[in-house]
Design a protein around this ligand. Structure first.
Ligand code: ADP
Ligand code: ZN
Length: 640
């Protein structure tokens, strides 16, 4: 393996290894914080990060890590994983080595840490000479607290040997599910982490947002060499996310209108195809929104440039396929829209989970229609996967459809899927504007019976014609006007029937046979409805197509991303954003690295008059207070 030889190794052995280590010396960074007592942790949290309290689960994880225990933490996206390994890194004598799969993500974290006055560095295959020199200097001077490394560095024996000579306190493994061989994000180099930890003889802390038990087991087996780590399973709720679903109508326009109504903020629009991403980005551009498409059809360099621009801005929308994924660590994404239905609740939650990582209110909305359902079903059937896998995929899709079609609280349904029980949340479309439901058993029986009596060979149009008794050439030719179900549903409008068929499909009472010209067929569950063994709840047609609701959502409803700013503070808030943009551009860092949105919201509300008052504001630690305090104070003075 050529990568194991020192000469082909660009980072570890040549530049860093020989230069920095040059033999057996152990480099040990000096301690930054004293003994890690509870108070000391609180003090560091506030002095360095500017946060007044730990989020759910963080303290326990941090304390276990500081005590030198092996840890596996499962937290939802945006739950605040990185703080869990960043804070312990500030308490000990040695170095915390962080493995992370994506360079962009590491860069963001390193620049965010440096902005808070913490010395951190990264070594990847893309690291520049300058950056490498900075890391080496910081190591020499004992200032380096966190060293981020890309997994592929571990392929080099020389690099691992170099690591082994440093005074490493612990290994923190981000996105630990990348070690799972059957997972979608498998990274072979992650398999080297178990042996590396053993060689360094240090505790390991693994972090992931992937909850399923197989993946968890694999992480434990491979990373901890079957030692039992302490496992922290953080609740999956993300209370700051507003959840909503909306029936599709009006194509791209519907999405564009919704996005425009969110104002000039950072947002992601997920769409199913490259073409749709391009179209949506173009339409948003015409509507005055800074927008770009992102998908696998773009050159890697172009993709990276767009991701970087998005990451830095606080007013840009990216229209992306699922290709826009794990690298998105931007905390100030104020909305995620899914222009097309994802394939499972896991995918749904992972995508919308990219909104509001900073804890400030963020809005999510999923648009779906019958075409999505058909397409998704067809994709599963044509995937070539084994039968049991396909069945499982269909079941996953159905679970998401039930959530989409549920008249109940979205959060209750979503968390029930992950095995958690919560009260209705008040922060979803159904809580804020409960849809009316009716006992739909009778119309459901009518429709199922019409499908059966026409031989399960026809699409929605024909079935509805039979139900409503609307004669046409075909009904006459086939003699369907003599069926028992002819005209039994004439009391209901065509729109009602269309909606109900979709709802019934979503509930698994009937299915569309792709191979037979999209003929509607009756499922096992449908049969039990016909036999009177099962009730059906339906939303009446007008509630199922949330016209009224979508209008209110566009103009007023929901937790609009910046609704946390009082109207009288809006001008000040905008001025603060402008100042933040200026400072961020000057420093060449993303806007949120200067201050997160929540800090600007707090500044706009509290209007501190001096540095002392400012020190108490969310997200303002000592380093940032010194660096940016005066700039923002003068904006506050000028605007109040
Ligand atoms: P993830 O778990 O998805 O990796 P991050 O570590 O990126 O999430 O954290 C998401 C955001 O939450 C970051 O902007 C981070 O600064 C912020 N954050 C983390 N912990 C806290 C806290 N205790 N109080 C306030 N904000 C926090
Ligand atoms: Zn709710």
């Amino acid at each position: 393996m050529s990568s194991d030889t020192a000469s082909s190794d660009t980072v570890g052995s040549d530049a860093v290894g020989s230069d920095a280590v040059g033999g057996e010396t152990t480099i040990s960074p000096a301690p930054l914080a004293p003994a890690a007592t509870r108070d000391a942790l609180d003090a560091t949290l506030s002095a360095v990060f500017g946060f007044d309290r730990f989020r759910d689960g963080q303290r326990e994880i941090v304390e276990a890590m500081v005590a030198g225990r092996d840890v596996m933490a499962i937290m939802p996206t945006g739950g605040g994983k990185s703080l869990c390994y960043q804070l312990p890194a500030l308490t000990g004598e040695g170095l915390t080595v962080v493995i992370s799969p994506l360079i962009a993500l590491m860069e963001d974290q390193v620049s965010a840490l440096r902005a808070t006055g913490v010395e951190a560095g990264m070594l990847t295959s893309a690291t520049t000479e300058d950056e490498r020199a900075r890391v080496v200097d910081a190591l020499r001077a004992g200032r380096l607290r966190l060293l981020y490394i890309a997994p592929e560095r571990l392929a080099s024996e020389a690099f691992c040997g170099w690591l082994a000579r440093l005074n490493v306190d612990r290994l923190a493994v981000d996105e630990a599910h990348c070690i799972a061989q059957w997972g979608h994000d498998f990274r072979p180099d992650y398999l080297r982490l178990g042996p590396l930890a053993a060689r360094l003889g240090v505790p390991v802390a693994a972090f992931t947002a992937t909850a399923d038990s197989d993946t968890r087991r694999e992480i434990v087996d491979r990373l901890f060499d079957r030692r039992a780590p302490e496992i922290f399973l953080r609740g999956f709720d993300r209370p700051n996310l507003f959840l909503a679903f909306e029936a599709k109508e009006g194509g791209d326009r519907q999405i564009v209108d919704w996005v425009v109504a969110r104002g000039l903020v950072s947002g992601i629009v997920y769409a199913a195809t490259r073409a749709r991403c391009e179209r949506l980005a173009a339409a948003l551009g015409r509507a005055g929104i800074k927008a770009a498409a992102y998908h696998a059809g773009l050159e890697a360099a172009e993709r990276e440039a767009r991701q970087r621009a998005f990451s830095r801005a606080d007013d840009m929308v990216i229209c992306a396929t699922v290709a826009f994924g794990m690298g998105v660590d931007k905390p100030d994404v104020r909305f995620v829209a899914q222009a097309d239905l994802p394939k499972s609740i896991e995918a749904y939650y992972q995508e919308i989970g990219r909104a509001g990582r900073d804890g400030a209110p963020a809005e999510t909305r999923t648009f779906y229609g019958p075409d999505d359902i058909r397409l998704a079903r067809a994709r599963i059937d044509e995937s070539g996967a084994p039968e049991d896998r396909r069945q499982a995929d269909h079941a996953r899709l159905s679970a998401l459809l039930s959530l989409a079609d549920s008249p109940g609280c979205r959060r209750v349904g979503l968390l029930a899927y992950f095995g958690e029980t919560v009260e209705p949340c008040g922060a979803c479309d159904n809580c804020q504007d409960p849809p009316r439901v009716i006992d739909g058993t009778e119309p459901a029986q009518m429709a199922l019976s019409a499908m059966l009596r026409t031989g399960e060979r026809f699409g929605a149009g024909h079935i509805i014609a039979v139900l409503r008794g609307q004669a046409n050439e075909r009904t006459e030719r086939l003699g369907h006007d003599r069926l028992k179900t002819w005209g039994v549903g004439g009391a209901w409008a065509e729109a009602a029937w269309k909606s109900w068929l979709n709802q019934m499909q979503a509930q698994g009472l009937c299915a569309i046979d792709i191979d037979r010209h999209r003929a509607w067929t009756v499922t096992e569950d449908g049969w039990s409805v016909l036999r009177g063994e099962r009730m059906v709840t339906l939303r009446p047609a007008e509630a199922a197509r949330p016209r009224g609701r979508s209008k209110s959502a566009v103009s007023a409803g929901g937790a609009r991303p910046l609704a946390a700013v009082a109207p009288e503070d809006a001008a000040l808030f905008e001025a603060l954003r402008t100042e933040r943009r200026r400072l961020a551009d000057e420093a060449g860092v993303p806007a949120y690295v200067v201050f997160p949105d929540r800090t600007l919201m707090a500044l706009a509300a509290e209007k501190p008059r001096d540095l002392q008052a400012m020190a108490g504001v969310h997200g303002i630690g000592q380093a940032k207070l010194q660096r940016f305090g005066e700039d923002f104070l003068s904006v506050i003075r000028a605007n109040t």
